[in-house]
Design a protein around this ligand. Structure first.
Ligand SMILES: Cc1ncc(COP(=O)(O)O)c(C=O)c1O
Length: 406
C-alpha cells in the first residue's frame, strides 16, 4: 500500500498548483474597449445593457438585471417580491451563507427544510411541513450546478400560493428537463464571482419574466430611482460596471466551452473514483433529466469505513499537493449568526415585532443536510485544470482513503 505524504510518503504532485480563469484576447479586447471609451458606468455605456440582453436571450427569459454580485442579486430578488418583516422564506440549509442572508437583508426570516442525499438540493418532501401562514416563498438552490427538483417545488408553491426564487449562483447553463435554470422561479439570481462557471470578477444577474418584478429590480439596484433623482422605493447601489459587463459578455459567448471543460474534469473523477464508490465514498448520482454544469464536484466520504476523521483526510490530501476543500463544512444554521440570532440592531428580523414569533435553529432539524456537511469533500473542476491535474486529484483521494480504510 502506498504511503500518503502526510505519513512520510511521496506526494502525488511535487508542488501545489493554483488555477485562475484564462481570459481570451476577445475578452481582453472588450474590456479594453471600455477603458478606451472612458465610459465606465452603465448610465453612459453600452455594455451592461448588452450583457443583460444577451444573458436574457441565452437563458430564454424576458428580462435580466446586472448587479455587483450574487448576494446583491438574491437580495434584489427577495426585495422585488416585497418579502420583508414578518415573512418567512423556506430554503436549503446546505448552501453558501448568502442564500440565507439575502432573506435576512430584507428583514425576513429563513426557515430551513432538508436536502436529498443524491442531489444535495432541497428535498421537496421536507418543504410542506415548514409552511406557515407567514411563508411567502421557497428559495431553491441548484447546488454545485445540479438542478433542484423543480417540478415538485413549483407544484408545492402553486398549491400554497408561494413565490419561487432560484439561486443559480453555481448553475449557469444547468438544465432541468431541457430548460435552463433561472427561468423557473418568479425571479432568480446568478453570481459571476471569480470561481464561478463564468466570471466578471465580482458580479451578478437577476432574471425574471415578469415586467413588474423587472421594473422593481431595476429601481432597487439603482438607488430606488424611478427617474433621475426621483426615488420611489428604498434602493441600493448594486449597479454593475461597464468593465464587468464587457468581460461578462465575452465569457457568456463561450459559456458552452467553459461548462464543457468542467464536465470533462467531472467525468474523469467519475471514472477514476468509481472503484471506491459505494464503499469509501459516494459519488454524485445524476437524475436522467438534468444537465449538471459541475461548478464543483461533491463527494461524500463514508466515514464509518475510515479510521480517521474528515479533517485528517483533508490535511492528507493537501499534503499530496492537490486542491480539495470542504464546501460547506457546516449547515447554514450552525453558524453563530443563526445560533445567536445576531441580526439587525437588537436582533431583527427574528426579534422584530412584525414577526412576533420565536424561532430557534436547533441542531438535528435538517438531519440529512447535517450529515452531508460533515462528510462532504469538494474536488475542483476549474477550467484551467488539465486532465492530468484531475487524474492526480483522483489518485490522491484513492491513495489517502485506501490507506486510512478501517
Ligand atoms: C449558492 C450561492 N449563492 C449565493 C452566492 C453569492 O454570490 P456572490 O459571492 O457573487 O455574492 C454564492 C457565491 O458563492 C453561492 O455559491
Amino acid at each position: 500500500m502506498e504511503l500518503p505524504a502526510i505519513e512520510g510518503g511521496k506526494p502525488v504532485r511535487p508542488s501545489f498548483k493554483e488555477y485562475f480563469p484564462k481570459l481570451t484576447d476577445e475578452e481582453k479586447q472588450l474590456v479594453l474597449d471600455v477603458l478606451d471609451s472612458g465610459r465606465l458606468v452603465s448610465s453612459i455605456g453600452k455594455y451592461v445593457k448588452l450583457f443583460e440582453e444577451e444573458f436574457a436571450r441565452y437563458l430564454g427569459v424576458r428580462h435580466a438585471v446586472a448587479t455587483i454580485n450574487g448576494t446583491a442579486s438574491l437580495h434584489t430578488a427577495v426585495a422585488s417580491l416585497n418579502i420583508g418583516p414578518g415573512d418567512e422564506v423556506i430554503t436549503t440549509p446546505f448552501s453558501f451563507i448568502a442564500t440565507a442572508t439575502s432573506i435576512l437583508h430584507n428583514n425576513a426570516v429563513p426557515v430551513f427544510a432538508d436536502i436529498e442525499k443524491d442531489s444535495l438540493n432541497l428535498d421537496p418532501a421536507t418543504i410542506e411541513e415548514k409552511i406557515t401562514p407567514r411563508t411567502k416563498a421557497i428559495l431553491v438552490v441548484h447546488l454545485a450546478g445540479y438542478p433542484a427538483e423543480m417540478d415538485e417545488i413549483l407544484k408545492i408553491a402553486r398549491e400554497h400560493n408561494l413565490y419561487v426564487i432560484e439561486d443559480c449562483a453555481q448553475a449557469i447553463g444547468s438544465e432541468y428537463r431541457g430548460r435552463k435554470v433561472g427561468t423557473f422561479g418568479d425571479i432568480n439570481a446568478f453570481s459571476f464571482y471569480q470561481t464561478k462557471n463564468m466570471t466578471t470578477g465580482e458580479g451578478g444577474m437577476v432574471t425574471t419574466d415578469k415586467e413588474e418584478l423587472y421594473r422593481y429590480a431595476k429601481m432597487f439596484v439603482d438607488q430606488g430611482q424611478e427617474s433621475k433623482y426621483y426615488h420611489t422605493i428604498l434602493g441600493w447601489n448594486y449597479r454593475m460596471t461597464e468593465l464587468q459587463a464587457a468581460l461578462g459578455l465575452g465569457q457568456l459567448r463561450r459559456i458552452g466551452e467553459l461548462n464543457a471543460a468542467r464536465e470533462k474534469i467531472a467525468q474523469i473523477y467519475m471514472d477514476e473514483l468509481s472503484s471506491l464508490n459505494g464503499d469509501l465514498l459516494k459519488l454524485p448520482v445524476l437524475k436522467p433529466y438534468v444537465k449538471h454544469t459541475w461548478h464543483i464536484f461533491q463527494v461524500l466520504l463514508n466515514l464509518d469505513k475510515l479510521r480517521v476523521n474528515r479533517d485528517r483526510i483533508i490535511e492528507a490530501l493537501k499534503a499530496e499537493n492537490v486542491l480539495v476543500q470542504v464546501v460547506y463544512p457546516r449547515v447554514i444554521y450552525e453558524n453563530p449568526l443563526f445560533q445567536r440570532l445576531t441580526g439587525y440592531g437588537k436582533g431583527c428580523p427574528w426579534l422584530c415585532p412584525f414577526y412576533g414569533k420565536q424561532i430557534t435553529y436547533k441542531k438535528g432539524s435538517s438531519p440529512i443536510a447535517e450529515q452531508v456537511a460533515r462528510s462532504v469533500i469538494t474536488l475542483p473542476t476549474l477550467p484551467g485544470m488539465t486532465e492530468e491535474d484531475a487524474i492526480d486529484t483522483a489518485n490522491a483521494i484513492k491513495k489517502v482513503l485506501t490507506y486510512y480504510k478501517r
